[in-house]
Unconditional design. Structure first.
Length: 94
């Protein structure tokens, strides 16, 4: 998943466009995207011995974006609807 050329978090439209190598893409409100990252990053690992768990997975879905993080003890999932500030779902398992 990478920032697309159609938008950026600091763009005048306040939207961020994300796309993946296989062509999946989603456009989100930049402030909702930042809030989602802030929410799920708390469950990401800070242990450098397990670097695969130190990030946030972003997956384009049909209706928006799913963000997931874990440290193997906690799991955080947040779904954002494309083009809105609406949280579709948020789960935090401890």
């Amino acid at each position: 998943m990478s920032l697309g050329s159609g938008g950026s978090a600091s763009g005048s439209s306040g939207a961020v466009a994300l796309s993946s190598a296989d062509g999946d893409a989603v456009t989100l409100d930049a402030s909702a995207f930042r809030a989602a990252i802030d929410q799920v990053e708390k469950a990401a690992s800070s242990d450098d011995a397990r670097p695969i768990l130190t990030g946030v997975l972003m997956a384009a879905e049909e209706d928006g974006l799913r963000l997931v993080s874990t440290d193997s003890y906690r799991l955080s999932v947040r779904d954002l609807a494309a083009g809105t500030n609406t949280i579709v779902r948020f789960e935090y398992v401890r």
